[in-house]
Design a protein around this ligand. Sequence first.
Ligand SMILES: Nc1nc2c(ncn2[C@@H]2O[C@H](COP(=O)(O)OP(=O)(O)OP(=O)(O)O)[C@@H](O)[C@H]2O)c(=O)[nH]1
Ligand SMILES: [Mg+2]
Length: 238
Amino acid sequence: MPERIPVIEKIMSANDQLAADNRRKLDEAGIIGLNLMASPGAGKTSLIEQTIRKLSGKLRLAVIDGDIATNIDADRAAAAGARAVQINTGGECHLDAVMLHNALPQLGLDDPLENEPIDLLIVENVGNLVCPASFQLGTHKSVLIASVPEGDDKPYKYPGMYRGVDALVINKIDLLPYVTFNMDYFRRGVEILNPGVVTFPLSCRTGEGLEAWLEWVTAQTQDRSKETHLSPGLKPRG
Ligand SMILES: Nc1nc2c(ncn2[C@@H]2O[C@H](COP(=O)(O)OP(=O)(O)OP(=O)(O)O)[C@@H](O)[C@H]2O)c(=O)[nH]1
Ligand SMILES: [Mg+2]
């Protein structure tokens, strides 16, 4: 039905406009934003906890957590030491720019005398390998976590998510001896979709491989000249 096409375009452009506004707010506050996406249980909150613990004292971190229900993840981020805000989407399977726009004021960015400045904002998207890829938030970089127990075929089955991200974490490598996961097959799929994407195999449980991830995160906050810019369309950047 041809009438539907303009409606969809209108929704996306409204989202992109708010994403641009979110980006402007982050830039004005000197904050680098990461949009962390993954399937449910891949280890988003675990990686956030580790990142907060390891970088506290070096970077000032804040977390905005997206979930359909509960404050569980924001509570975990707060317990690890970050300023944390929870978004409950009430059923939506992804975050969008409107939700982030409504959550940003809760970080207290407009009141720098009352609140410490923030260097890095990690946005934990709702666990889902499809929908989050279609909604820009206004963050600077997008990161996908794959985890070993999900299986090595996920790049082939969820290409949209793998195609547009700026960095890829392969979590739960401590489980490699126990599950069937062909790393070469997985990486071949990634390479077709997103050639040369920076990749961090690691384990949030053992800490193996975390150092390279922490260096990359820190570098994002130090080298703002390499920021990506918002582009129209459905690219899952930020
Ligand atoms: N073995 C192992 N387990 C892990 C690792 N990282 C996370 N887990 C476990 O995986 C489960 C899910 O971790 P979370 O960090 O809650 O995953 P999430 O992606 O935030 O989950 P949702 O927010 O519900 O989508 C927990 O039981 C973690 O302890 C890891 O590196 N190795
Ligand atoms: Mg989580």
